[in-house]
Design a protein around this ligand. Structure first.
Ligand SMILES: C[S@@+](CC[C@H](N)C(=O)[O-])C[C@H]1O[C@@H](n2cnc3c(N)ncnc32)[C@H](O)[C@@H]1O
Length: 391
């Protein structure tokens, strides 16, 4: 495909997304019908589309309309590339610019330049203060790709060596001991088989950092209360010499976990909500709560545009309910680790404060934020200890 034809395909996918399809659904639909597209075309088109969704406001502002065409015109203008070289109507290229499109020239607002909805700008600022702008800019870019080394089975350097055999460049993460940053060739990961062999898992470095921060006291029984796909359950098995149980209100979400645990050579116990009554109490309960996902919007860029004030309030309500229920599973003196991958204060510090205000026998013993950055996603961690408050 010519570069211009790739832009035409990106426009088609973006229009399907703007028309109500999910982003992945819109891409897959196009992909199924695009037999002419080779693997490098597909990768380039996917990049154009995801980049445009991350930068939807600035691109639509520069391009004049919130349409696939407007977004792609904006993308070219933002990159300082001549739009008429690409939009020239030749072959499969998009049609040339109209007079109104040529005339677009207006000042963008701060929220448009930072690619966030207006109502979220003050939320970022309230939560992050003078770091807010850096974080919003970070969320306009592609996320780094990390692996977690299963240190029970292999050393980090050996995984990097295995990756290099299939021309994947990777390096040790600068701060997280179990993490590897894939710097080139991530699309060849399936060829390396390090994942199939249980030597490594795809997992963001900040996710790994959260689990590493919990390691320390000798916990012999751990519950991953919101286990989902189970990435954190597996990391717990790697870092703790403990019996690990996984639970999720929707057990189907854990359906791939037994195979992944087997590959990694670890044992995880799967528990339903009803079974927890007999299993509790645990030394440590991890509560990786459902959240807006704002710390991971580089990977899931449509989330940024789908969140509404009502949805955010609903998510905070669910977080409070889960915190209300989960504490009963922690032994006296044990720890409850509340985690979100959101940057917003109402999902994080406000939830922790509300929990403490309502539960006088719990103390906050650690609180930690990781901002989204080039080294990983955004996370919040609050660790509560059950027992008489000491302060
Ligand atoms: C952020 S995801 C967990 C991600 C997972 N820990 C991981 O590392 O891949 C949140 C999970 O909480 C689950 N959940 C929602 N409400 C819940 C509840 N009341 N009790 C337990 N799990 C719940 C959801 O089904 C979802 O899988």
């Amino acid at each position: 495909m010519t570069p211009a034809a790739r832009f035409a395909s990106a426009i088609e996918i973006l229009d399907a997304w703007l028309g109500g399809s999910s982003l992945d659904g819109a891409y897959r639909h196009w992909s199924r019908n695009a037999r002419y597209a080779g693997s490098s075309d597909r990768a380039a088109i996917r990049d154009l589309v995801f980049d445009a969704v991350r930068r939807r406001r600035s691109y639509s502002g520069l391009g004049g309309t919130d349409t696939g065409r407007g977004l792609m015109i904006g993308a070219l203008r933002a990159a300082g590339v001549s739009v008429s070289d690409v939009f020239n109507g030749r072959g499969h290229a998009p049609a040339p610019l109209s007079q109104p499109e040529l005339a677009i020239d207006r000042e963008l607002t701060r929220a448009e330049w930072l690619d966030v909805p207006d109502w979220l700008l003050p939320r970022f600022e309230e939560a992050l203060g003078d770091r807010a702008e850096t974080v919003m800019r970070t969320l306009r870019d592609r996320a780094p790709i990390h692996l977690r080394v299963n240190t029970l089975n292999i050393d980090r350097e050996d995984v990097i060596e295995r990756l290099s055999e299939v021309s994947i460049s990777a390096e040790p993460h600068p701060t997280v001991e179990t993490a590897i940053t894939v710097t080139e060739g991530a699309r060849r990961l399936p060829q390396s088989e390090v994942i199939e062999e249980g030597l490594a898992e795809l997992q963001d470095a900040s996710s790994q950092a959260v689990i590493a921060r919990l390691a320390g006291p000798s916990d012999s029984r751990i519950l991953d209360y919101c286990a989902g796909a189970g990435g954190k359950s597996l990391a717990l098995c790697d870092l703790f010499d403990a019996e690990v149980h996984a639970h999720d209100i929707d057990p189907d979400r854990m359906s791939d976990l037994p195979a992944r645990a087997q590959r990694a050579g670890v044992d995880i116990g799967y528990r339903t909500t009803a079974e927890l009554k007999d299993e509790a109490p645990y030394d440590l309960v991890l509560c990786d709560a459902p959240c807006s996902g704002s710390g991971t919007w580089r990977r899931d860029p449509e989330g940024k545009w789908m969140l509404t004030p009502d949805r955010l309030a609903g998510i905070c309500g669910i977080q409070s309910e889960i915190l209300e229920d989960v504490g009963a599973n922690v032994r006296l003196g044990g720890r409850l680790a509340y985690v979100t991958c959101s940057v917003f204060k109402e999902e994080n510090e406000d939830r922790a404060a509300a929990f403490l205000a309502a539960h006088e026998r719990w103390s906050l013993i650690d609180e930690h934020r990781i901002d989204p950055s080039e080294t990983g996603d955004g996370f919040y961690l609050a660790v509560f200890q059950r027992g008489p408050r000491t302060t």
